[in-house]
Design a protein around this ligand. Structure first.
Ligand SMILES: C[S@@+](CC[C@H](N)C(=O)[O-])C[C@H]1O[C@@H](n2cnc3c(N)ncnc32)[C@H](O)[C@@H]1O
Length: 212
């Protein structure tokens, strides 16, 4: 089945995320910045990179290898245009729910609001296999909210087509699942966003010992 994201123009997605009733892009960029500041990763891959939100937070002197994966080739083309100064950025067009991505592993895999859309089957397998030994996996999840729907209402009709494939992921389940796969929760944080929603971010470390 083809991804509903292929039918959402980037202008619609970003317009939705920036609209006052949603207002999530800045919060996501700040969370990414916090992870970068904590991990100082020499390499990073962003799963579901969309239009590149947060890339400007990366210090290319610290993080020399930057990669992004998305199912929508037009989003990746926009990232390439917007961040043309980052000559070496690696962009992969792949459906993370359907195929395993073959690329060298990285020090940090950042997965923000992707599992709700791509599920926790193959997409989680991809996330796990892309983390290098002693590396990090940061995950941002949307928590259930009595005040607001999973995909909030906004003037962008195309974004509403994402609703049927959207499913919340329980942070407790994720923690147990990742622990069973050799990860340890190093940090977690809650961040309120518009319309009564809250994001949870967990930073997981691969391996027993924290080398810092
Ligand atoms: C909510 S946005 C992610 C937000 C972004 N990570 C940020 O921090 O601003 C979800 C992104 O995941 C992508 N996506 C959704 N399902 C996917 C899949 N199965 N495989 C790859 N990318 C997918 C979408 O195209 C979209 O760019």
């Amino acid at each position: 089945m083809s991804s509903p994201w292929l039918h959402v123009p980037l202008e619609d997605y970003e317009g939705h995320m920036l609209s006052p009733e949603v207002a999530q892009l800045d919060v996501l960029a700040v969370l990414f910045r916090e992870v970068l500041d904590y991990c100082h990763p020499p390499s990073v891959v962003i799963l579901g990179i969309a239009g590149g939100n947060g890339i400007e937070q990366i210090d290319p002197n610290v993080t020399r290898r930057i990669a992004g994966i998305d199912v929508n080739p037009e989003y990746l083309a926009a990232v390439r245009r917007r961040y043309s100064a980052l000559n070496d950025i690696e962009l992969y067009c792949a459906d993370l729910a359907q195929q395993m991505v073959i690329m060298p592993p990285v020090a940090l895999v950042h997965a923000a609001l992707i599992f709700e859309h791509a599920g926790v089957g193959r997409c989680l397998d991809n996330a796990v296999q892309l983390v290098a030994p002693n590396g990090w996996l940061s995950v941002v999840l949307q928590l259930p909210s009595p005040a607001s729907a999973g995909v909030a209402a906004s003037p962008y009709a195309s974004v509403q087509t994402l609703k049927p494939a959207f499913a919340l992921v329980d942070p407790g389940w994720l923690k147990e699942t990742l622990e069973a796969r050799g990860f340890r929760l190093a940090q977690q944080t809650l961040r309120p966003v518009a319309a009564g929603k809250t994001f949870w971010m967990g930073l997981f470390h691969r391996g027993e010992s924290l080398a810092r």
